[in-house]
Design a protein. Structure first.
Length: 252
C-alpha cells in the first residue's frame, strides 16, 4: 500500500505538473526507490496498490502496472482516511508506506520478517537530518518512544530528547494486526467523526496515521518497532530536496 494522494504543496513548483512521489530525488522519482524497497520485501509491482489523488492521471500513465485506488477527497482529508480508501485491500494484512520518502530497501524486508502483528519502521538516527532544516523542524517529526522493541507512545509532541526515534511512515500489519487496525478505525470513526477534535487538535477527517496508532496504544494494542540507523529521508519541502544528496551520503 502506497499512500500518495496529496499534492505536496511545500515542494512548490516541483509539484505543479507532477504528483509528489514522482519528484526526482537522487536522480530518480521517489516512487522508483519505494518500489525497489517493496521488491526487496518480496512484493511484485502487481502486488502494489497506490492510493492516488492529485495528478492521478499522470501517475497512472507512468506506472500502468500498479493497482490504483483514488482518494477523491484528498484536498479535505489526510493520511489516515487516504489509506482507508483502499480498505478492501487491507483486510488480509499489508505493508504500507508514505509516498514522499526514500529509504534503504532492507527496511521492508526487515518488517516482513518481524514476528509481530504490527511493526513500525523507526529511524534511530533521525535527528541528524534536522540539523539546518529550517522549514520542517523536529516538532513536525512523527516521533516514537519505545520500551525495548515495544512502542509505548507515538506522537509529534514527544520531546526530542525522550524519543527513541522517528516513525518513517513504513509499517507491516499481519492479518491479525490489520483486523485490530480496522476495528480501531471503525471505533474511532463512530466516536469522533462528528466531533471537532480527534487527537492533538485535529479532526478525525484530518487525522494522521499516527493518530490512530496512538489511539490503539492507549487501548492496549501491542505495536513493535524495527530499527534503521539512518538510511531514510522524507522530502517535504524544497529545502529537503536540496539537502537530499548530502543526507543520503551521510546515511549510508
Amino acid at each position: 500500500m502506497i499512500i500518495g494522494a496529496g499534492r505536496g504543496s511545500r515542494l512548490r513548483h516541483l509539484t505543479e505538473e507532477l504528483p509528489k512521489t514522482l519528484v526526482p530525488i537522487l536522480g530518480r522519482p521517489m516512487l522508483d526507490s519505494i518500489l525497489d524497497a517493496l521488491a526487496a520485501g518480496g512484493f511484485k509491482r502487481s502486488d502494489v496498490v497506490f492510493v492516488c489523488g492529485y495528478k492521478a492521471d499522470v501517475i497512472r500513465a507512468a506506472y500502468p502496472d500498479l493497482t490504483y485506488v483514488e482518494n477523491r477527497d484528498w484536498e479535505q482529508n489526510n493520511i489516515l482516511l487516504s489509506l482507508l480508501c483502499a480498505r478492501e485491500h487491507l483486510e488480509g494484512g499489508f505493508v504500507s508506506t508514505y509516498a514522499d520518502i526514500v529509504y534503504r530497501p532492507g527496511i521492508v524486508a526487515d518488517l516482513v520478517r518481524s514476528p509481530h502483528d504490527i511493526a513500525l519502521a523507526c529511524d534511530t538516527d533521525w535527528r541528524r537530518r534536522y540539523v539546518g532544516r529550517s522549514q520542517h523542524p523536529e516538532t513536525d517529526a512523527e516521533k516514537l518512544r519505545a520500551e525495548g522493541d515495544r512502542v509505548a507512545e507515538i506522537s509529534r509532541r514527544i520531546p526530542s530528547e525522550a524519543a527513541t526515534g522517528e516513525f518513517i511512515g513504513v509499517m507491516k500489519l499481519s492479518a491479525r494486526g490489520a483486523a485490530q487496525f480496522l476495528a480501531a478505525f471503525d471505533a474511532a470513526r463512530a466516536a469522533f467523526s462528528e466531533r471537532p477534535e480527534f487527537r492533538e487538535g485535529r479532526s478525525f477527517r484530518r487525522a494522521y496515521l499516527i493518530d490512530l496508532l496512538q489511539q490503539m496504544l492507549e487501548s492496549g494494542a501491542a505495536l513493535h518497532k524495527i530499527d534503521t540507523h539512518g538510511g531514510y529521508m522524507e522530502i517535504d519541502t524544497l529545502e529537503d530536496a536540496s539537502l537530499a544528496d548530502a543526507w543520503w551520503r551521510g546515511a549510508t
